[in-house]
Design a protein around this ligand. Structure first.
Ligand SMILES: Cc1cc2nc3c(=O)[nH]c(=O)nc-3n(C[C@H](O)[C@H](O)[C@H](O)COP(=O)(O)OP(=O)(O)OC[C@H]3O[C@@H](n4cnc5c(N)ncnc54)[C@H](O)[C@@H]3O)c2cc1C
Length: 400
C-alpha cells in the first residue's frame, strides 16, 4: 500500500465523501446481502435513482463549476473522490456521458437557455445523453461524416446514419454531428444538434458485442426535424464543439474506470492465491505469474499518476489538452493486459461463461476479457492516440 499525505482540507474532503458513501450506500453493500437488480431495466432504474441521490448532495459532476451544480473540485479532490468511489465499488454513473462529455460541452458552447434546460437534468439522471459522432464511414476520420442536416425555417431536417452509439437503446437525448454545408473543407459545415431519441423518424437498433451484451447501437434518421434552438454552438461550427467534447472524453471520462484497475488487480491477486496448479501449488507461487502481477501493479500506479497529471492540466488551464491521449492510450492498453493476466491466473476456469458452475469468480474474467478488447477502439483507437501524441505533444510531422 502506498502512503500518501494530503492537506487537512483534502483529508476533510475525503472524510466527507467517505462518510457520505458509508451513510448512503444501501445496507449490505459490498457483501452477498446486497445485489444490484439482475434485470437490465430494473438495474438501470436503480442506477438512475442512485445518481439522483448523489446529485441531491452534489456528489456528481464535482468537476463542473459551482454555478452549474458542481463543486469546482480541485485536482486532489477529484482524485480522492474517484478513489473513494472505486474503493467502495460504486458502479459507474449511468449518466456518465452527460456528466463527462455533453455537460462540459454545454458549459463551454451552450446558450444560457440550453444550460438551464439541460444541465440540472443531466446531473439528476433525468435525461441520459448519448454521443452520436461515429458513422459507418466516419470513425477515426470523423470529419468525413455524411449525415445531412437541411435548414428548413426554424428547423434542421436530419437524414442519415450513426453507428456504435453507446447507451442509445435506453438514452433520452443524443447530441450528434450533421453536415449542414458540404461546399467547403470537410471540417467546415458541420453542426452539432441535440435530438430526442424518442422523436419521430429516429430508429435505434442494438448491435451485439463479442461478450453477448448489446451496449451500442445503430441509429437511422429519416426526415427528423430538429428545432434550431437545439443547435449547440453556431450552425456550421460543430467541429469546434466536437473537439471540446472529445478532449473531455479523453480527459475525464476514463479516469474513474482507470482508477478501478488497482481494485481489479487486487481481485486477480486473490484469485492467484486461491487457484492451484496441477501439483497443488497456489498459482501465486509461479515465478512467471508473479513477475506479470508485479508489472501490472506498477502499471496501475502509472495509470493513476497519468490520470492525476491530466486532471492537473485541466484544473490549471480549464481546457483539456492532447496529453489526455497519453492517458487514454496507456490506460486502455493496460486494461486489456489486466484481463489477459486474469485469464492466465484463472487457468481453464477463466474461460467459462458467466453462470457456469466451474467458472472462476462466476465468469467475470472471461466476460471482462472479451469486453476489454474494445477498450482501445471506443473513444478513439490506440493508433489515433499515438498520432495525436506524435503531432500535438511531440511536434512530429503530421499524419498524411
Ligand atoms: C465499446 C465502444 C463504444 C463506442 N461508443 C461510441 C459512442 O457512444 N458514440 C460514437 O460516436 N462512437 C462510439 N464508438 C465508436 C468509436 O469511436 C470508433 O469505433 C472509433 O473512433 C474508430 O472508428 P472506426 O470503428 O470507424 O474505425 P476506423 O476509423 O475505420 O479504423 C480502422 C482501423 O484503422 C486504424 N486507422 C484509421 N485511421 C488511421 C490513421 N490515420 N493512422 C493510423 N491508423 C489509423 C484505426 O486505428 C483502426 O485500427 C464506440 C466504439 C466502441 C468499440
Amino acid at each position: 500500500m502506498t502512503r500518501e499525505i494530503y492537506s487537512e482540507q483534502d483529508e476533510a474532503f475525503r472524510q466527507e465523501i467517505r462518510s457520505w458513501l458509508g451513510a448512503n450506500l444501501p445496507e449490505g453493500w459490498g457483501t452477498r446481502d446486497f445485489r444490484l437488480p439482475r434485470d437490465r431495466v430494473e438495474r438501470r432504474e436503480w442506477l438512475r435513482w442512485w445518481q439522483a441521490k448523489m446529485a441531491k448532495d452534489r456528489w456528481v459532476a464535482i468537476h463542473w463549476p459551482e454555478e452549474f451544480g458542481g463543486r469546482d473540485a480541485t485536482l486532489t479532490q477529484q482524485i480522492l473522490y474517484h478513489t473513494e468511489m472505486a474503493e467502495h465499488r460504486v458502479p459507474a454513473m449511468i449518466g456518465r456521458r452527460g456528466l463527462n462529455m455533453a455537460g462540459p460541452t454545454l458549459i463551454v458552447h451552450g446558450t444560457q437557455e440550453q444550460q438551464e434546460r439541460f444541465l440540472e437534468r443531466i446531473r439528476f439522471a433525468e435525461d441520459l445523453w448519448c454521443t452520436g459522432f461515429s458513422e459507418p464511414d466516419a470513425g477515426s476520420d470523423l470529419a468525413s461524416l455524411r449525415t445531412r442536416g437541411e435548414l428548413d425555417g426554424d428547423s434542421i431536417v436530419v437524414n442519415g446514419r450513426k453507428i456504435w452509439t453507446s447507451g442509445a437503446h435506453y438514452g433520452d437525448l443524443l447530441y450528434t454531428l450533421v453536415r449542414t454545408d458540404s461546399t467547403g473543407d470537410k471540417h467546415e459545415g458541420i453542426t452539432c444538434v441535440v435530438i430526442p431519441l424518442s422523436a419521430d423518424g429516429v430508429d435505434v437498433q442494438p448491435i451485439r458485442r463479442n461478450n453477448g451484451t448489446s451496449e451500442f447501437n445503430e441509429i437511422t434518421f429519416d426526415d427528423v426535424p430538429v428545432p434550431v434552438g437545439n443547435v449547440i454552438g453556431e450552425i456550421g461550427d460543430g467541429w469546434r464543439v466536437a473537439r471540446t467534447s472529445l478532449a473531455h472524453e479523453h480527459y475525464t471520462h476514463f479516469v474513474p474506470s482507470q482508477l478501478n484497475f488497482a481494485k481489479t488487480l487486487e481481485e486477480i491477486i486473490k484469485l492467484a492465491k486461491s487457484t492451484k496448479d496441477a501439483s497443488g501449488r497456489p498459482r501465486s507461487e509461479l515465478p512467471w505469474l508473479r513477475e506479470r502481477i508485479a508489472r501490472a501493479w506498477v502499471a496501475t500506479r502509472l495509470v493513476r499518476i497519468n490520470g492525476m497529471r491530466n486532471i492537473a492540466k485541466i484544473v490549471e488551464s480549464g481546457v483539456p489538452g492532447p496529453e489526455g491521449s497519453i492517458m487514454k492510450l496507456f490506460g486502455q492498453e493496460e486494461e486489456k493486459k489486466l484481463y489477459e493476466l486474469a485469464l492466465d491466473v484463472a487457468g481453464e476456469r477463466g474461460i467459462f461463461d458467466r453462470g457456469a458452475p466451474l467458472a472462476a469468480d462466476r465468469g467475470k474474467w472471461g466476460f471482462g476479457y472479451l469486453g476489454s478488447r474494445a477498450a482501445t477502439i471506443g473513444g478513439g483507437t490506440s493508433e489515433m492516440q499515438r498520432n495525436t501524441i506524435a503531432e500535438r505533444v511531440l511536434g512530429l510531422p503530421h499524419d498524411p
